[in-house]
Design a protein around this ligand. Structure first.
Ligand code: HXC
Length: 266
């Protein structure tokens, strides 16, 4: 894997990645392992996680463990963190990549639909941050990277639930950065735009909608998983030692054209 980063920037580190079984979470895990880290990936689908862990281990020569857990359940998150600590004795980088989403107008959302996305994205992120803090980061410092979005910068049709959840993720990012910075913990977020080959784009911009969306992005294309992984690598590295509480938008300028995109999706 060719990289613009030195291949040992995460040597000796352990990454704990929720949503690491597929998509952006998988790509971030791969990049971190390719730059020296061992990893634990977490998700609900045990078979997919196990297959991904095998693939990433084979591809990078680093250790990757799979632990099935639901970020909505604190006890399940705590067990996953314990797996990482038992196996590796440390956790340095926590990536909150687990997310849930679907297209639905506000009028078509059920109470449970809204709650489910809030629970996975917002509460799930909090659960993982809190449990990782209590178990390891409070005493040893570390790095948290939350996966956010740009849906809530303006307003995005059919995304009431996800926009509210990601707004909460941004707020958590800033609050935790403020309170935990003095303990050597940096907390940042990445706000990707539409990224090709992801469940998000499959769900949110299928078919012709995707083609129109692509044309509305200033750089004229979707982002790639590797491009988001590069941002995560930077944030996890010492190169970002001054970056704390930031939400790094990586979308090719997509949200700047959000009004145009919103009109197209309507
Ligand atoms: C309306 C829906 C719905 C839909 C589910 N629900 N899909 N409502 N339209 N298309 C409602 C259900 O009816 C139910 O409410 C409630 O949501 C919970 O659904 P379950 O299927 O029981 O929940 P669960 O099994 O926990 O699944 C969670 C999920 C699912 C979010 C609904 O899609 C999932 O697991 N997704 C994970 C993968 C994923 O979504 N990846 C994409 C992330 S994209 P009722 O009232 O019927 O009980 C992303 C990018 C954002 O985050 C930024 C993009 C730029």
């Amino acid at each position: 894997m060719s990289s613009v980063f030195r291949n040992d920037i995460l040597a000796g580190k352990v990454a704990f990645v929720t949503g690491g079984g597929s998509g952006i979470g998988r790509g971030i895990t791969l990049a971190m392992m390719a730059h020296g880290a061992d990893a634990v990936i977490v998700g609900r689908n045990a078979d997919r996680l196990a297959a991904t862990a095998r693939e990433l281990g084979a591809e990078t020569g680093r250790a990757c463990l799979a632990h099935a857990a639901d970020v909505r359940e604190p006890a399940s998150v705590e067990a996953a963190l314990d797996t990482a600590l038992t196996a590796f004795g440390r956790i340095d980088v926590v990536v909150n990549g687990a997310a849930g989403n679907f297209l639905a107008p506000a009028a078509g959302l059920s109470y449970n639909g809204f709650r489910t996305v809030m629970a996975i994205d917002a509460l799930g992120t909090y659960n993982v941050c809190k449990a990782a803090f209590d178990r390891r980061l409070r005493d040893h410092g570390g790095n948290i990277i939350n996966l956010s979005a740009t849906l809530h910068y303006g307003a995005t049709p059919m995304q009431t639930h996800a926009a509210a959840a990601k707004a909460a993720v941004d707020s958590l990012t800033r609050s935790l950065a403020l309170e935990w910075g003095s303990l050597g913990i940096r907390v940042n977020a990445i706000a990707p735009g539409p990224i090709g080959d992801t469940e998000g784009v499959k769900r949110l911009a299928p078919g012709e909608m995707g083609a129109r969306l692509r044309r509305a992005i200033p750089i004229g294309r979707f982002g790639t998983i590797d491009e988001i992984a590069n941002v995560a690598l930077f944030l996890a590295s010492d190169g970002a030692s001054l970056v704390n509480g930031a939400v790094v938008v990586a979308d090719g300028g997509a949200w700047l054209g959000a009004a145009r995109i919103g009109a197209m999706l309507d």
